[in-house]
Ligand binder design. Structure first.
Ligand SMILES: Cc1ncc(COP(=O)(O)O)c(C=O)c1O
Length: 422
């Protein structure tokens, strides 16, 4: 289980901001925006308080209004659908492709109606969806296209013969989350990138109570404390993506055909924020689940579908069979209560057990593959295993273990949340 990678540099950055006395949406936020824009090669980047706030403001900024419909996926963290609801608009759900867990562009046309204003696509688990196909549909139908890139910092798309980062953007606006479960974190936080100066100006006004186009603004600012952390995190991003990609290749080689990995199209390079694998059938999934649990690893099904929430079921227009099948796939999470462990990465031979500060923080980063590593005393595929960690502080079997603070985990506000973010 990967915890967020937070070190001395982040602590120093926070201390610098505290010493400066300017802690809210000031020079650090401006610098973070500039550096993020440069990283993804966007003309504009505007930092906000969360990924959900980014989606909310971006949808408003491209013109979604109460009573409109937005075509999107059900199979996503509930924030995707909620951001549409927050405007008073309605999500209309289309199914995903079995190979990628991403929106199926072939199903989008049938969901478009007279009230449709925009398409909101999701790069699920950080794997880029087919933005080019969606942009063509949006153009042909006079719709706006917004990317939910909450999970996709560092992911890339092949455009012509150039790899481009998600967020350039390849649509009207892209929205990122810096929740601790993402590759890089600011605690909570988000970013809207766009090539459109008007969209950027609206988001900038509305994030801090500005009134524009007849809409009252919100309190969606990012603090300088968060931005200072974000700047350090951003500098770590390329290495984090490289590490994730190498680990997934290694797991792919070792697990062979035992599970189905998501298919990465030739034009996409995901950051593998999460790796959600599929089992052959429900029996195989529950057998695997039992094995995970016997080895002290909590498991849960993949993402819950929005349309299965009674308050979102009016968004069903057609079959969502694949979304429903995928929601039943297994995503291992942290051992709870117990030690939370992290596979230290290529080149390091021994998994480390570490205390987890809170339930969701310890699930930050990838879910599937990293959890797998926590259950074994050797890298996956080398055999061996242990059913529980040795006592706190011991180093038996090459493990360095400390017990997780269950008090800390209980005090986490996220720990009581019904759905873990993806
Ligand atoms: C696909 C997706 N969209 C939106 C969000 C919302 O982001 P935040 O938690 O920063 O509001 C998340 C996860 O948190 C997500 O996984």
């Amino acid at each position: 289980m990967a915890r967020p990678v937070l070190g001395a540099e982040e602590s120093e950055a926070v201390a610098r901001v505290l010493a400066s006395g300017w802690v809210m949406q000031g020079p650090e936020v401006e610098a973070f925006e500039g550096e993020f824009a440069a990283f993804v090669a966007a003309r504009h980047a505007c930092a906000v308080s969360s990924g959900t706030a980014a989606l909310h403001l971006a949808l408003l900024a491209v013109g979604v209004r109460p009573g409109d419909e937005v075509v999107t996926v059900s199979h996503s963290f509930i924030a995707t659908a909620n951001s549409v609801r927050h405007i008073g608009a309605a999500p209309v759900f289309v199914d995903i492709g079995a190979a990628t867990f991403n929106i199926d562009p072939a199903r989008v046309e049938e969901a478009i109606g007279p009230r449709t204003r925009a398409i909101l696509c999701v790069h699920q688990f950080g794997l880029p969806c087919d933005v080019a196909a969606l942009a063509a549909i949006a153009r042909a139908r006079g719709l706006k296209l917004v990317e939910d890139a909450a999970c996709a910092a560092g992911s890339e798309l092949l455009v012509g013969d150039e790899w481009q980062h998600i967020g350039r953007p390849h649509s009207d606006a892209a929205c990122f989350s810096f929740h601790p479960r993402k590759l890089i974190t600011t605690g909570d936080g988000g970013m809207v990138t766009t090539a459109d100066a008007e969209v950027d100006a609206r988001v900038r006004a509305w994030r801090s109570h500005g009134t524009r186009d007849g809409i009252y603004g919100f309190s969606f600012r990012m603090t300088d404390l968060q931005a200072a952390v974000g700047r350090v995190q951003l500098s770590r991003l390329p290495a984090l993506v490289r590490e994730r990609r190498a680990l997934v290749e290694r797991l792919r080689a070792r697990l062979g055909t035992a599970v189905r990995f998501p298919v990465e199209p030739s034009w996409a390079r995901g950051n593998w924020q999460s790796l959600c694998v599929r089992f052959g059938d429900a029996a195989a999934a529950s057998a695997a689940r039992a094995r995970f649990e016997a080895n002290g690893v909590a498991v849960r099904p993949g993402i819950a579908n929005a349309h299965e929430d009674p308050m979102q079921s009016d968004g069903i227009r057609g079959s969502l069979n694949e979304s429903e099948r995928c929601a039943r796939c297994l995503t291992p999470t942290q051992p709870a209560p117990g030690p939370a462990c992290r596979w230290p990465g290529p080149g390091l031979r021994t998994p480390r057990c570490r205390p987890a500060p809170c339930a969701w923080a310890s699930t930050a980063g990838s879910t599937g593959w990293a959890s797998w590593a926590t259950t074994t005393s050797t890298p996956p595929g080398r055999g061996g295993g242990r059913s529980s960690c040795p006592p706190s502080g011991s180093t038996a079997g090459g493990w360095r273990c400390r017990r997780r603070s269950t008090a800390a985990s209980r005090s986490s506000p996220r720990a009581t949340s019904r759905r873990p973010p993806t």
